[in-house]
Design a protein around this ligand. Structure first.
Ligand SMILES: Cc1ncc(COP(=O)(O)O)c(C=O)c1O
Length: 398
């Protein structure tokens, strides 16, 4: 049954909701009226059935320790098969409150202090922290730009992964912040090299449902049985359905030994309990959220086209990378000639825009910003107008 169109243009007031994105602007960045387009949550209400499932569960009034139902697992399994053609077994699914938490757990499970862990900057900042806070060594395989798009540097990857010191590769696919969906061939080359050198792959696929047509997501573990046996796949309904505050993610580990090691690392910090509302929301989202998600991604795709077109036409001195997935734009502002601190200050104080600063994604992000376009079109329009005005202001030009 086709559902009515969801109205993603409708503004939703987020005042006084303890929203990290909206309610602490002054405290966080010192500017009251900076438009928040930073952290990865969206300004849209979730799937109606998710809201109903939470309300139904809340009606009961007892919120004690809780387990996961068979229907919960079935919803995850059906979703992965239908959306990504990946057949998941119930026994492979284990848990984490969040994917970042799972990354830290995986590092503790599969490495010892001093081991090398490979990542591909510019990349999601907690990847760096998961490594450094566990006293491991960060090994960088920066993405490179070829014909205007980011690609993995496979020759460098081969060198680094074969160096003997790398024990783990943390892959970000779809890639935050550059918005690439790596092709099966790119993934295959990296995965084969990891297998050859005994490097375990942690594949952070939290953005795997947020795709622009005709791009497809290839679950890393779906490529071959050998890949499945060497991979920890981090998934969650949180980015897809805007549920980050419900602390519920699903970590899929086909290899029994790796899964036991992961679970043991969770046990060491007594990380066992589940969020009762997160479970209800996750199941309802995967069961009923498909039509909503398809409409959402059409809407964000329009945001993407609008923003990329605007920047290319009216701010041609900036270079925007056209994403294949996620709800981020990665914008190269280096032509403005500002250092990182100056760029941040300019955007907050002159343009009144709160974007994620590129340098937080590694030094490859110096002079860049990440813009969250998971919001009403009117917000995107307002932001780009502010940016254009600030860049063209007589003070800057002078
Ligand atoms: C690549 C990536 N991994 C993990 C997360 C956060 O995951 P969680 O909130 O489940 O810890 C994000 C959020 O933006 C992300 O972009």
């Amino acid at each position: 049954m086709t559902r009515p169109r969801f109205d993603f243009d409708k503004p939703v007031n987020r005042d006084n909701t303890l929203s990290a994105k909206w309610n602490y602007v002054k405290e966080s960045v010192g500017v009251e009226d900076a438009l928040p387009m930073w952290v990865a949550d969206m300004d849209f209400e979730t799937v109606p059935e998710v809201k109903t499932a939470i309300l139904d569960r809340a009606q009961h009034g007892i919120y004690g320790y809780t387990a996961r139902s068979n229907d919960y697992y079935e919803a995850i399994i059906d979703w992965n098969l239908k959306r990504h053609g990946w057949k998941v077994d119930k026994n492979w699914i284990t848990h984490s409150p969040g994917v970042v938490n799972a990354l830290f757990t995986a590092v503790r499970a599969f490495t010892k202090p001093g081991d090398g862990i490979l990542i591909q900057p510019p990349v999601y900042p907690p990847f760096f922290r998961a490594i450094s806070m566990n006293d491991c060594k960060t090994v960088l395989n920066p993405l490179k730009v070829e014909e205007g798009r980011y690609v993995p540097d496979l020759a460098d990857f081969a060198d680094k992964v074969g160096s003997g010191s790398v024990k783990l590769f943390i892959l970000c696919n779809p890639h935050n912040p550059v918005g690439r969906l790596f092709t099966q061939e790119e993934l295959r080359v990296m995965g084969e090299l990891c297998l050859k050198h005994g490097v375990i792959v942690i594949s952070d696929e939290i953005h795997s449902d947020l795709l622009f047509k005709p791009h497809r997501h290839v679950p890393f573990a779906s490529i071959s049985e050998a890949f499945a046996q060497n991979t920890v796949v981090c998934t969650a309904p949180s980015k897809t359905f805007n549920l980050a505050g419900l602390s519920t993610s699903n970590i899929i580990i086909p290899n029994d030994e790796l899964r036991h090691r992961y679970d043991a690392a969770n046990d060491q910090v007594a990380q066992k309990s589940h969020n009762i509302f997160g479970a209800a929301a996750c199941e309802a989202a995967y069961r009923h959220g498909e039509e909503w998600l398809d409409q959402l991604m059409s809407y964000i795709d329009e945001n993407r086209r609008y923003a990329v077109g605007f920047i290319e036409a009216r701010l041609p001195q900036l270079k925007v990378y056209n994403p294949e997935g996620t709800y981020f734009l990665w914008l190269d502002c280096r032509s403005l000639g500002l250092g990182n601190q100056e760029l941040e200050h300019f955007l907050l104080h002159e343009a009144k825009l709160w974007f994620n600063q590129g340098y937080t994604f590694g030094k490859e992000g110096d002079g860049f910003v990440r813009i969250n376009i998971g919001c009403q079109r009117s917000t995107v329009e307002e932001a780009l107008n502010r940016l254009e005005q600030a860049v063209h202001s007589p003070v800057r030009q002078g």
